[in-house]
Every structure is written in structure tokens, then in C-alpha cells.
Write a protein that binds this ligand. Structure first.
Ligand code: TMP
Length: 197
């Protein structure tokens, strides 16, 4: 089962993912916690380049996210799914459609095709959107990377883009109010995953 976590900056994805993984393991399940960009040696190098370089064109940025995704899916995610593990992934293809598409302005249809190429057609079983207003998320986010530093309007387009995407494919997406307490968010996510299992 392949579950992805999406949302604006500061939505608490990493904390929620870690807690959910720990809870699922107590029920005897084998869980892989992973993320994009940044898994494995290749991913960690690409992540550094993407998030901490001076500046780059939107197209170059897109290619790096896609390269990270292609390696991640073929070398890490697909093998874990074949072993029957539950894969919990912090950001995935929807972040490309939303950040490089809705927020940066690249063509959405092209981005969907490019994602399909990078993932070789693998799609998440469930995508959890941790939704909250951009200003609240930015106040919480401590990242300080190249994308965090974009203006508030960029992050507002990100939030609106995720909500629009969640309505395009309502059977795959579930939206959770990330302004609630972490405990409540974690409980809701666990319930969603157990329901899908
Ligand atoms: P993170 O800090 O949540 O791990 O995500 C890294 C940043 O990269 C975040 O600002 C979102 C951005 N991002 C994209 O712009 N496109 C993508 O395809 C992915 C996976 C992340």
C-alpha cells in the first residue's frame, strides 16, 4: 500500500508520518518511511541542490524533482511494495503539479505526463492532504530553504492548488484539517489508512 502525504509548508507532514508509521508498526506491519526529494544517496544530493542552491530556472527545478522521483520509485518504493510493505511517503508527484504547475506556472498537462514517465505509471493508493492556510503554515515552518523563501502569494497558490487537485480525484485524496492538534490529525490519518487496508 502506497500512501503519500501532501500539503503546504508547515502542515506537519513529517511529524504525522513518523507517528503514524510507529503506530502501524505496533500492529506488526512493516512500514517504510520515505520522502521526496531526498531518499537514498542520490535523493539526498538532489535535495541539497534543489533546496539550497542560489537560484535555478523553473524547468531545471522540475527536471531535478523528476530525476529524484524516478530513482526513488524504481529503487526504493517499488521494491518495498513488492515485499508487501506499507510505504509512507512525505511528498510525491502531486507536489510537482502543485508547486511547479499551480505556483510556478508550468503547464499542468505536461507535468502530469512527466510524472507518469518518472513513476512509470505507479500511483498512490491514498493521498492525505494536510491542509492549512499558507500564513499559518509559514509561521510554523522552520525549513528556511529556497522554496520556503518564496512570497506568501506563491504559498497561497500552493494551498489552493492542492485543494483543487484533491477535488479532481476524490477517491484517491482525503483532506484533513491540519490546524487541529497533532494527536487528532494522527488519529484521523490512522483511521484513513486502516479503512483502506
Ligand atoms: P519538504 O521541505 O516538505 O520536504 O519539501 C521540499 C520542498 O520542495 C517543498 O518546498 C516543496 C518542494 N517540492 C516541489 O516544489 N516539487 C516537488 O515535486 C516536490 C516533491 C517538492
Amino acid at each position: 500500500m502506497f500512501v503519500t502525504f501532501e500539503g503546504p509548508e508547515g502542515a506537519g507532514k513529517s511529524t504525522v508520518l513518523r507517528a503514524v508509521a510507529a503506530e502501524l508498526r505496533t500492529s506488526g506491519l512493516v512500514v517504510l518511511e520515505t520522502r521526496e526529494p531526498g531518499a537514498g544517496v542520490f535523493g539526498s544530493r538532489v535535495r541539497e541542490w534543489l533546496l539550497h542552491s542560489e537560484s535555478m530556472s523553473a524547468r531545471a527545478e522540475l527536471m531535478l524533482f523528476l530525476a529524484d522521483r524516478a530513482e526513488h520509485i524504481s529503487r526504493i518504493v517499488q521494491p518495498a511494495l513488492e515485499r508487501g510493505e506499507i510505504v509512507l511517503c512525505d511528498r510525491h508527484a502531486d507536489s510537482t503539479v502543485v508547486y511547479q504547475g499551480y505556483a510556478r506556472g508550468l503547464n499542468l498537462d505536461f507535468l502530469r505526463e512527466a510524472n507518469h514517465f518518472a513513476t512509470d505509471g505507479l500511483a498512490p493508493t491514498l493521498t492525505v492532504l494536510l491542509d492549512l492556510p499558507a500564513a499559518i503554515g509559514l509561521a510554523r515552518a522552520k525549513g528556511g530553504d529556497r522554496l520556503d523563501a518564496e512570497p506568501i502569494e506563491f504559498h497561497e497558490r500552493v494551498r489552493a492548488g492542492f485543494l483543487t487537485e484533491s477535488r479532481r480525484e476524490p477517491e484517491r485524496w482525503r483532506v484533513i484539517d491540519a490546524t487541529q492538534s497533532a494527536e487528532k490529525v494522527i488519529r484521523e490519518v490512522l483511521a484513513l489508512i486502516r479503512e483502506r487496508m
